[in-house]
Design a protein around this ligand. Structure first.
Ligand SMILES: Cc1cc2nc3c(=O)[nH]c(=O)nc-3n(C[C@H](O)[C@H](O)[C@H](O)COP(=O)(O)OP(=O)(O)OC[C@H]3O[C@@H](n4cnc5c(N)ncnc54)[C@H](O)[C@@H]3O)c2cc1C
Length: 409
């Protein structure tokens, strides 16, 4: 099998376009959005228009936009929507990680609908994002609960069939874009005793009686992004909103829906971490160029450059893993292990990059002068090793797969 590490003309052009946008339009506003805890809707609308006029879903594909099999085939032939997504995600996160999570579109809700929805459901739930001139629309993904984060199998939100509806009760927490979402994919269980086999996934639409927004979180980092608690109290969801229909759930399919989502989104989250890590790395490189090259003794300069080289190596390795995982997804290959590898390494490499950048800049790096970018990245980056599965959980996934799959390694 041929191995190809170079990007095609289309990907390169797209990356250059987004890189310029990140540098000239997004980055200059990142500190203000962080301070204000959000991004003005007009700005987001302009970005959505720009993505559309670029003739692609460049910015939105990063978090899952395309739908049916035909599009998947097309995107594969063109070089792949997932690869496109990781490239765009790294560049946009270099500009601002919070911005990327605020972009209108189905967001993390997209992959489960795409993976498990019926054709009718895909049409119905993706259609709401087509009109970019109307009110902005978001989708969301509601899996985490107060007592079930890493332990996905342990969700307690209940669902029971009542006539032509399902009745849902429970609480979801830390849901990205949860309050503003037009619909949220909610995972619930018919019986916690059944474990994974009891899981069901529903698309719950905003305004459904019994579906309410609870607390909006005040976060350490990614402050521009909304993170909300969702409350379901005797929430009656029409049976047509059970993702994939009842026949889908004969064998643990609800749980698999949640897991399939991760195979697509973990490389994207890894790529976002690479973007923030690269931002800190670039900052430190510029600092060293300006402050060290001529003015410091050679041994000290060499020691600093060695630290930068280590950061650069790790980020490059992490990026390569995100490309591989995305390429596998684009080519219909099972990529759970590779997706976890990319996220596990990217999270750690990017956290290291932010810490090293602060340390290399010395006292200058630790001063939060009206929230300088280094300090912001340091706050932003930690969560990339927490959401979409913590670093520890990625390492468990990887080791389980390696042990069960020793022959292929
Ligand atoms: C900003 C933000 C946005 C988020 N967005 C979403 C969203 O849109 N949708 C959604 O559903 N969720 C979302 N989450 C939730 C996120 O996915 C969870 O926080 C994450 O899965 C970890 O779960 P937890 O917080 O309950 O931690 P816990 O699972 O309680 O873990 C606590 C610690 O224990 C460790 N640990 C747990 N189990 C094991 C084990 N078996 N072996 C070793 N160590 C272990 C973990 O690695 C971690 O260090 C978001 C979280 C944040 C912070």
């Amino acid at each position: 099998m041929a191995i190809e590490f170079s990007l095609g003309k289309k990907h390169l052009e797209m990356r250059e376009g987004i890189r310029a946008l990140a540098k000239n339009v997004i980055r200059p506003q990142a500190l203000a959005w962080d301070r204000e805890g959000g991004i003005p809707e007009d700005f987001l609308r302009n970005m959505a228009r720009m993505a559309t006029s670029m003739g692609s879903n460049a910015m939105r594909s990063g978090l899952g936009e395309d739908d049916d099999k035909k599009n998947e085939e097309k995107s594969r032939a063109k070089g792949g929507g997932n690869l496109f997504g990781v490239l765009a995600s790294e560049e946009l996160a270099w500009g601002d990680g919070g911005f990327l999570l605020c972009l209108p579109g189905p967001g993390l809700g997209g992959p489960p609908v795409r993976a498990s929805g019926t054709p009718e459901q895909k049409k119905r739930f993706f259609e709401v994002f087509q009109d970019i001139e109307g009110p902005l629309k978001w989708g969301a993904y509601g899996l985490t609960e107060p007592a079930a984060g890493s332990d996905v199998a342990g969700i307690r939100t209940s669902c029971r069939k009542d006539g032509k509806h399902w009745v849902l009760n429970g609480r979801k927490c830390y849901i990205t874009n949860g309050a503003r979402a037009s619909w949220t994919v909610i995972f619930a269980t018919i019986d916690p005793g059944l474990g994974r086999a009891g899981h069901r996934a529903f698309v719950v639409e905003k305004g459904t009686p019994g579906f309410a927004v609870g607390r909006i979180e005040e976060k350490m980092g990614l402050r521009a992004s909304e993170t909300a608690e969702l409350v379901l109290e005797d929430c009656r969801v029409p049976e047509e909103n059970l993702l994939g229909g009842e026949e889908k759930y004969v064998s643990k399919e609800g749980f698999m829906t949640a897991m399939k989502t991760f195979d697509n989104t973990r490389p994207l989250v890894g790529a976002m971490a690479c973007g923030i890590g690269r931002a800190a790395y670039d900052y430190a490189c510029d600092f060293v160029k300006d402050n060290y090259v001529l003015s410091r003794p050679i041994p000290r300069y060499a020691a600093i450059v060695e630290r930068l080289a280590k950061v650069g190596r790790s980020l490059d390795a992490a990026r390569t893993l995100t490309w591989r995982a995305a390429w596998m997804a684009d080519n219909g290959l099972a990529n759970a292990k590779e997706a976890s590898m990319s996220k596990a390494l990217a999270g750690q490499a990017a956290i290291r990059a932010c810490i090293e950048a602060i340390e290399i800049c010395g006292a200058e790096g630790s001063i939060a002068r009206d929230h300088q970018l280094l300090e912001k990245w340091f706050r932003d980056i930690k969560v990339y090793d927490i959401f979409e599965g913590t670093g520890q959980i990625q390492r468990i996934v990887i080791s389980k797969r390696l042990i069960s799959d020793l022959k292929s390694f």
